[in-house]
Design a protein around this ligand. Structure first.
Ligand code: GLN
Length: 295
């Protein structure tokens, strides 16, 4: 800690010296020089063979990075509580579900409070780093999303399912061609229906449940949505709806992960470490039993 203070003091002194010299550098430039000053210090230490000092400096940089990511003691988490059993609004009007319990357990390991913001699924990725710190929403890792956000280690394997009227004749990938398909806007089910199946009309809904209601009303021929929500939704209309495994339609498997601000390696490492601990100590399996297998 002393070293961190000394480093900060040195940085402040360097900065005031630069200001005194009439430099009109921007805050960003100052930040860069700060980093360079830190690197410079580490190099000098290493050259002098002072390994202890170097290790201290590294620990301090790490400490500073940690503090920056979660410094306010609160992890603000975006979700879309329309995706049971991963997230839904409980009887008290609060977001609950597997993902919510998982991120709360992660917050506990990291010693921060978790605040959940319920928002539209399609807004989650663009809100990371501004309205929310991270997002957990049964979100599939995709290359497109990876252009704007980073992902934690994957925590769940999923696949798209097809919900159909019980008497539907749709059974193969080819049968889906030319059909009217209900999806949740901006999801991987939406991408499959829009991009991968020929001649479809795709009706996009903000909530998966609205797509399912339109299936009941005969406005769409089927709904493509992730396995577990598909099973929950279909079970609410037993006898009327069935949910078929996407493998039957050649849909590939997907992986859920927590979406994080791009480039925030400190936060990514901490969340991955917490996730690993939660898996190792049995908490993860408990959550699967409570929220997913109980469905
Ligand atoms: N797994 C899907 C996706 O990431 C759907 C997620 C959701 O609707 N919450 O697009």
């Amino acid at each position: 800690m002393k070293k961190l203070l000394a480093l900060l003091l040195a940085t402040v002194m360097t900065m005031s010296l630069l200001t005194a010299c009439g430099s009109s550098e921007t805050a960003a430039e100052a930040g860069n020089e700060e980093t360079q000053a830190e690197v410079g210090n580490e190099e000098a230490d290493a050259e002098a063979g002072n390994e202890e000092a170097q290790a201290d400096a590294e620990a301090n940089v790490e400490e500073a990075a940690e503090a920056a990511a979660l410094s306010d003691g609160v992890l603000t988490v975006g979700t879309n509580a329309e995706f049971p059993p991963f997230e839904y609004v409980d009887d008290n009007g609060e977001p609950d579900g597997f993902d919510i319990a998982l991120i709360k357990a992660i917050g506990e390991k990291l010693g921060v409070e978790v605040e959940v913001e319920n928002m539209e699924f399609a807004s989650l990725v663009s809100s990371i780093g501004s309205k929310i710190d991270v997002a957990i929403a049964g979100m599939t890792v995709t290359e497109e999303r990876q252009q704007s956000v980073d992902f934690s280690d994957a925590y769940y394997e999923a696949v798209q399912y097809v919900i159909l009227p019980a008497d539907s004749e749709i059974a193969t990938a080819q049968d889906l061609e030319g059909k009217t398909i209900g999806v949740q806007l901006g999801t991987t089910g939406d991408f499959i229906a829009t991009d991968d199946i020929a001649d479809t009309t795709v009706n996009q809904y903000n909530k998966g449940v609205d797509a399912v209601n339109d299936l009941i009303n005969g406005r769409v021929d089927c709904v493509i949505i992730d396995k577990n929500p598909a099973l929950v939704f279909a079970s609410k209309f037993e006898g009327q709806l069935i949910a078929l495994d996407g493998a039957q339609f050649d849909f590939g498997t997907e992986e859920y992960a927590i979406a994080l601000p791009k480039g925030d390696t400190a936060l990514t490492e901490q969340i991955n470490a917490a996730l690993e601990e939660i898996k190792a100590d049995g908490t993860f399996d408990e959550l699967v039993k409570t929220y997913i297998e109980a469905e």
